[in-house]
Design a protein around this ligand. Structure first.
Ligand code: G3P
Ligand code: CA
Ligand code: CA
Length: 289
């Protein structure tokens, strides 16, 4: 039955799921073809339900080994070892490199051309358990956390993350803790401020405010992180325990990786500085609208 729906789905020329929703009245959640401004065809997932639909999956951040130290699979920080001479690490937050496929977005990192090609206004974020098959992603009960923004903040930062992170580089030693990027209020689609707090450890809870998505955080040791999902750092600068992605150098080196120090007090111990096991073992899906 699912394949029958796909069979009936025409290949449209559209640059985003928002365009598929608006111009062609596509309403089903699932995989669609999109086309870049240069005419390159690719496939991704469209959320045609949340807040009127039209959300394009552009990336997923997946932690394949919390014990890795900027090793294989750490595409959103560095796969080249913890190295202060490579302050940008792999540089994927602000380049046109792409990797992965939509169906493997909960099993490995994913980045498609929409990440830099689409001009968007808002974002949504889904934390979905690792390895969950695509046909279950939209079941709200399956999600660890889901939210979206609605203040069109991307208009102020060039229309997408590619441009935002050019303005706020995810780079070691780019600045100090007070030089973080924008913190944007979120609207919850699954979860709330209380459940957000519990996804991270008791110690980080004292240094963030839930109900936001924050871009480009910097910790005490001058390591940069890309996204603090669900929270805004307020006091204290130990952002390695609740922010994801990074540049190419962390101190100590155990912290280098896509989910930098979510396991500081051991994986999923939900004590001290460690994030919860469900958060640590969930992929972070990034959508544009
Ligand atoms: O990020 C926490 C680490 O920097 C030190 O924490 O509590 O061992 O002083 P603590
Ligand atoms: Ca990864
Ligand atoms: Ca620290």
């Amino acid at each position: 039955e699912r394949l029958e729906k796909v069979r009936n789905r025409s290949i449209r020329v559209a640059r985003s799921c928002k365009e598929l929703r608006g111009r062609y009245d596509e309403r089903e959640d699932g995989v669609y073809y999109l086309t870049t401004g240069n005419g390159m065809l690719y496939q991704t997932y469209c959320d045609m339900t949340t807040a009127g639909g039209g959300w394009t999956l552009v990336a997923s951040v997946h932690e394949n080994s919390i014990y890795g130290r900027c090793t294989v699979g750490d595409r959103w920080s560095s796969q080249q070892g913890n190295n202060a001479d490579l302050p940008d690490g792999d540089g994927n937050w602000s380049n046109r490199n792409t990797f992965g496929t939509v169906e493997s977005a909960t099993s490995d990192d994913f980045k498609n051309p929409g990440y830099y090609d689409i001009t968007a206004e808002d974002m949504s974020v889904w934390h979905i358990p690792n390895n969950l098959p695509l046909e279950f992603w939209n079941l709200e009960a399956a999600a660890v956390l889901r939210y979206h923004t609605e203040n069109r903040f991307l208009r102020l930062y060039g229309g997408n993350l590619f441009q935002l992170f050019k303005q706020y580089p995810v780079r070691y030693k780019v600045g100090t803790c007070s030089d973080r990027g924008p913190a944007i209020p979120i609207v919850y689609d699954h979860g709330d401020v209380e459940s957000t707090k519990k996804l991270y450890g008791p110690n980080p809870r004292r240094e963030f405010e839930p109900g936001f998505i924050t871009f480009r955080a910097i910790n005490w040791e001058s390591a940069a992180m890309a996204i603090c999902s669900g929270v805004k750092p307020t006091v204290g600068c130990n952002t390695e325990h609740y922010c994801i992605g990074g540049g190419g150098y962390f101190n100590p080196e155990e912290q280098c990786g896509d989910f930098p120090s979510f396991d500081y007090d051991r994986l999923g111990k939900e004590q001290g500085w460690s994030a919860s096991k469900e958060m640590t073992e969930a992929a972070v899906l990034l959508f544009y609208h």
